[in-house]
Design a protein around this ligand. Structure first.
Ligand code: NAP
Length: 484
């Protein structure tokens, strides 16, 4: 077992095991080899996490923000110093190339902790003068927050949720995806080493039922989920039962619109990054690439050339650019979508099948042209390296078609005409947009979706709204004027 953690869970400041929980086998996606076995949280583990978090949060919420920040800043330094080993673990857990994990996963998580450590001490209330009497407001922590993660960016997701929650005085119980349970345990270990008091960041493993038990507990004030729309519907409904705060970071089928005046090489680069990075397993990917007719054939031929040069291989090799999909189940799902695209008449430009490697869950980076709006490939989230290219004639038409989806996570526009870039973005129904860029999500900018892609925002000042609540205090400065 190459990546066996000390124990399955991290509760009340230490690793905890309970082998009575069902086994979770962790597989290295590049080989199919089992690298760790963990156990689902039993009711006893869940209870320990909930009661520990509720108890620890009281003192933490009353701690001076700069003191909380100092601890998180120390964690940032530990993460950066250990980036290499953490990134290798992330690669083993997800199959993503170390070329990516060393620059994207933990580094982005460290950025989030650093940003919210800096931001939290600046969060204040306001005073509202009333000509004598006045109102002042206090931004208070919510209490115990539950974070539930997807498997595509497991450690980054854990950090993106932990950073605002902890810096603003909350406790967190985090349930990773059962497919990628390892990184969040390291985050818990590092936070405690940095000085975080026991009970404030807990990791409990398990499938949806464990998540369900957390979401419905009366001690939980908020739920932040990163996952698919169907799971989002269930978790949102369960949270609503207790009128809990929610952040929902869900799936997408985002449009990337390339006008014929665009820098074509940049647009192709963005389309490739926005479909093939992380083997296409990114929620905000531009999986509907609308290319204006004038540049279509040039776009397709250069895309095929550049895609042919992508280096697939062993993710631990620093030269590897594309790794396997995360699991056998995801492999079958993606191969299924490739078959449907062929059957529905999309034109295969490159890829279209399993990659010829002897082991692991590899598929070829794939692009289909002549995709039409009604095809399955244009409507459903594939979550694999499968680009759908659609033609368009004019601006008005492409905006209508781009918005014709239940999703609204992200959108991108490539054009040399910046006025058009802003005009188009203003009409796109998406929470996160890019002009002449794609998929860049710095912690300084808000991230999240509209329509079925979610509610709430992660990162930036916007996240403060989602991890605090406002208390309003009216102060009477004179005698009470009662009519009776
Ligand atoms: P998923 O199947 O929806 O699962 C997400 C998480 O929810 C997992 O930890 C899962 O546990 C848990 N879960 C499932 N049912 C639950 C329930 N009834 N109650 C509580 N928790 C429950 O998503 P995934 O396949 O892991 O990840 C891929 C999806 O995530 C894609 O749709 C992608 O677009 C989305 N995503 C969105 C963002 C964003 O920021 N918008 C970022 C990354 C990914 P188990 O899987 O362990 O059963």
């Amino acid at each position: 077992m190459r990546a066996q953690p000390k124990a399955s869970h991290f509760v009340n400041g230490d690793y905890v095991e309970d082998t009575a929980g069902a086994a979770i086998e962790v597989v290295y996606p590049a080989t199919g080899e089992m690298i760790a076995v963990l156990h689902e949280a039993t009711p006893a583990v869940i209870e320990a996490a909930l009661s520990g978090a509720a108890a620890a949060q009281k003192a933490w919420g009353a701690t001076r923000p700069v003191e909380r920040a100092r601890i998180l800043r120390r964690a940032v330094d530990l993460i950066r110093a250990r980036n290499e080993e953490l990134s290798v673990l992330e690669t083993l857990d997800t199959g993503k190339p170390v070329q990516e994990t060393t620059v994207a996963d933990w580094p982005s998580g460290a950025d989030a902790l650093e940003y919210f450590a800096g931001l939290a001490p600046t969060v204040t209330g306001e005073t509202v003068p009333l000509g004598g009497d006045f109102v002042y407001t206090i931004r208070e922590p919510l209490g115990v927050c539950v974070g539930i993660g997807a498997w595509n960016y497991p450690s980054q997701i854990a950090c993106w949720k932990a950073a605002p929650a902890l810096s603003l005085g909350n406790a967190m119980i985090f349930k990773p995806s059962e497919v990628t349970p390892l990184g969040a345990l390291k985050l818990a270990e590092i936070l405690v080493e940095a000085g975080l008091p026991a009970g404030l960041f807990n990791v409990v493993q398990g499938r949806g039922t464990v998540g369900g038990a957390l979401v419905t507990d009366r001690r939980v004030a908020k739920v932040s989920l990163t996952g698919s729309v169907p799971t989002g519907r269930k978790v949102y409904a369960a949270a609503a039962e207790g009128i809990r705060h929610v952040t929902m970071e869900l799936g997408g089928k985002s449009p990337l619109i390339v006008f014929d005046d665009a820098d074509v090489e940049s647009a192709i680069g963005a389309a490739m990054l926005g479909n093939f990075y992380s083997t296409g397993q990114i929620c905000s990917n531009g999986t509907r690439v609308f290319v204006q007719k004038g540049i279509k054939e040039r776009f397709l031929s250069r895309l095929a050339e550049r895609t042919a040069a992508i280096r697939l291989g062993e993710p631990l090799d620093p030269e590897t650019q594309l790794g396997p999909l995360v699991s056998e189940a995801q492999l079958q799902k993606v191969l299924g979508y490739m078959q449907i695209a062929k059957a529905e008449g999309a034109r295969l430009i490159c890829g279209g099948d399993r990659a010829a490697l002897n082991t692991g869950f590899y598929v070829q980076p794939t692009a289909f042209a002549d995709v039409t709006d009604d095809m399955t490939l244009a409507r459903e989230e594939v979550f694999g390296p499968v680009m759908a290219i659609l033609d368009f004639e004019n601006e008005e038409e492409v905006i209508t078609r781009a918005n014709d989806t239940e999703f609204g996570l992200a959108a991108g526009v490539f054009t040399a005409d910046l006025a058009r870039g802003h005009r188009v973005v203003a009409q796109l129904q998406a929470g996160t947009c890019w002009i002449n860029a794609y998929n860049l999500t710095p912690v300084e900018g808000p991230f999240g979706g509209v329509k079925s892609s979610g509610v709430g925002r992660e990162n930036s000042r916007a996240a403060v709204e989602h991890y605090t609540q406002v208390k309003s205090v009216y102060v009477g400065m004179g005698p009470v004027d009662a009519p009776y």
